[in-house]
Design a protein around this ligand. Structure first.
Ligand code: SER
Length: 572
């Protein structure tokens, strides 16, 4: 069965059984506990704790997913960075009996037979999943294997959240479907609490399903990939071909969802993928048009199911061109430098090459490959990065006078009371600036970083072109209008979930605590209240915008592709 048919059959099957079909959410998640969307359940996560908010009790989707954790495995038979996940979900609609029955029925409806299943066998703070075992037995499955929580327990995606036992389905020795029963809520202290309404979250990789359905030995032989291999020179090693094809597909979807090559977070994941393909081009003498044709063909053939790829396919080529212009020269120099003394190339030297030439770890590892006695270790490389960050942070603190700072949140820095007062005014102005940017340029604008000293605001955000003078004027005007309206600044401590519901902007962070501070700026006495800005933030802020003074944007700059920097000041 073709992959297009498999997607369709899956959605039709669940639609017929009372599921609402949800479109895939973006690879950039709303959920700050992860950098990129890693599972179908992410866009529905909040419904497991608040089923009443769900648009329907049962939903099904085909979700675009990305797993950074598998990057080193790409090239083997079944690992990918980007993949598509088929999933059915329930938030109080049905539970184990139906979920298991549906899975078996669906697989049979497309002519597949289950080899064996696994269920959770665990004692202690969570219970063994006897119920699932019993259901499988009743449905005639004889080979039921048991495993502990390392294998048969899923979630939460952050420090806390819904989670529970899983039962996994295997066909031809490959795990193809993971069914999660969200029965628990894991609290930040590590303890489990039973959820009021247990839920279902299932995930089946489309690539693996296509592999068993099409009788192929590995995912790359399926119709999802096979055509792209034909664009690559025959003599290229198989592993390299797989890396190029996987990365090209991931790059296509990441750029399409608005990720841009940057030096941090999701942007850095993308940059690493692009640079790795570029390095392969150099070391294997590949013409650049091959990569360009791959991206072009992928956007077009995946565009049948993901029409957003057709609407913005030019962006993809543009971003690659920009990254080529930026990295091309230093890539050649870096590779030459790297080859000078491969035997002495340890993780520290790898870090120097990364610092000087922008070579990502994978690129160095690919080139060094078998040429050295021992493999380079990713963890050790990352330790080098951390060490360096500590040293540069110390440098910043020294610049601030060396007596330590009165305030240093990473974002805000002030060395005495006087600076502190100014920094607070600038900080509230930064919230107004972000709100104004979104009002003028659209909600696609996301904060990418900020740095506030007593002298100025430096604010980075995602946007893919230079702002016109008129736009700058408008943004500045909106901020000054908010100041002249003498808006109140109100802080509320609420749960993280509630904050997101209230539409508070947030900046990606590893994890947020259960309760967060939300700062809103507006006229709360108006009916209905007029809200100019709302953000998750630690403070401190002024009480009223009239304290800020006049706001002025001094300068805009490009910082890497897809992101811009504004510098602004306030005057009394
Ligand atoms: N969340 C589970 C997974 O990603 C099932 O969808 O495997």
């Amino acid at each position: 069965m073709s992959s297009a048919e498999l997607r369709k059959k899956f959605l039709d099957f669940f639609k017929k059984r009372g599921h609402k079909i949800a479109p895939s959410s973006s690879l950039i998640p709303d959920d700050p506990s992860v950098l990129l969307t890693t599972a179908g359940m992410q866009q529905f996560k909040k419904y497991y704790t608040e089923p009443s908010l769900a648009p329907a009790p049962n939903v099904a989707s085909v979700q675009k997913c990305f797993r950074t954790s598998d990057i080193d495995e790409v090239g083997d038979e079944s690992h990918l960075t980007f993949f598509e996940m088929l999933g059915n979900f329930s938030f109080g609609g049905y539970f184990k009996e139906k979920a298991i029955k549906y899975a078996k029925e669906f697989l049979e409806s497309i002519g597949l037979k289950i080899d064996y299943v696994t269920v959770l066998n665990e004692k202690g703070d969570i219970e063994p999943d006897k119920e699932s075992e019993e259901i499988w037995r009743r449905l005639g499955i004889k080979d039921i294997r048991k495993a502990g929580r390392e294998d048969n327990f899923w979630g939460p995606t952050g420090a806390e959240g819904p989670c529970g036992p899983t039962t996994e389905i295997y066909i031809n020795g490959v795990e193809i479907w993971n069914i999660v029963f969200n029965e628990y809520y894991k609290k930040p202290d590590g303890s489990f609490e039973k959820l009021k309404t247990p839920g279902v979250d299932t995930g089946m990789g489309l690539e693996r399903l296509a592999m068993v359905s099409q009788g192929k030995k590995n995912i790359f032989e399926t119709d999802l990939f096979a055509q792209y291999f034909e664009l690559l020179p025959k003599e290229l090693p198989e592993k390299i071909k797989r890396i190029i094809v996987d990365h090209s597909r991931a790059i296509t979807f990441l750029i399409n969802d608005g990720v841009r090559p940057l030096n941090k977070e999701a942007g850095y994941v993308l940059r690493r993928l692009i640079r790795r393909v570029m390095a392969i081009e150099t070391t294997h003498n590949l013409k650049s048009h091959i990569f360009d044709s791959l991206l072009h063909d992928m956007a077009h053939s995946y565009g049948d199911f993901y029409p957003e790829l057709l609407r913005k396919s030019n962006n993809i080529q543009d971003e690659i061109q920009k990254e080529r212009a930026k990295f091309g020269k230093s890539l050649d120099k870096g590779i030459q430098e790297m080859k000078k003394d491969i035997q002495a190339l340890d993780e520290k030297r790898a870090f120097d090459l990364y610092q000087t030439y922008g070579l990502p770890f994978e690129v160095i590892k690919d080139v060094v490959g078998g040429l050295r006695g021992s493999e380079l270790n990713r963890n050790k490389f990352e330790e080098e990065i951390k060490k360096h960050q500590k040293i540069s942070r110390a440098g910043v603190e020294k610049k601030f006078g060396g007596h330590g700072l009165l305030l240093d949140t990473g974002e805000l820095k002030a060395k005495d009371e006087e600076e502190l007062k100014k920094v607070i005014r600038l900080h509230t102005a930064t919230h107004l600036l972000q709100a104004a940017l979104r009002k003028v340029l659209g909600d696609g604008v996301k904060q990418a970083g900020s740095d506030i000293t007593a002298e100025r605001i430096r604010f980075d955000f995602t946007y893919d072109r230079k702002l016109t003078d008129e736009e700058i004027k408008k943004i500045e005007g909106l901020v000054n209008l908010a100041i002249s309206k003498k808006y109140q600044v109100e802080m509320k401590e609420i749960s993280y979930e509630e904050a997101l519901k209230a539409g508070a902007l947030h900046f990606f962070k590893e994890k947020y605590p259960e309760n967060v501070k939300v700062y809103s700026v507006g006229d709360f006495r108006a009916d209905p209240p007029e809200i100019f800005s709302r953000e998750l933030c630690g403070g401190p802020h002024v009480k009223n915008t009239s304290e800020i003074g006049q706001f002025k944007i001094l300068k805009q700059e490009a910082i890497g592709s897809g992101a811009r920097r504004l510098r602004a000041i306030v005057m009394s």
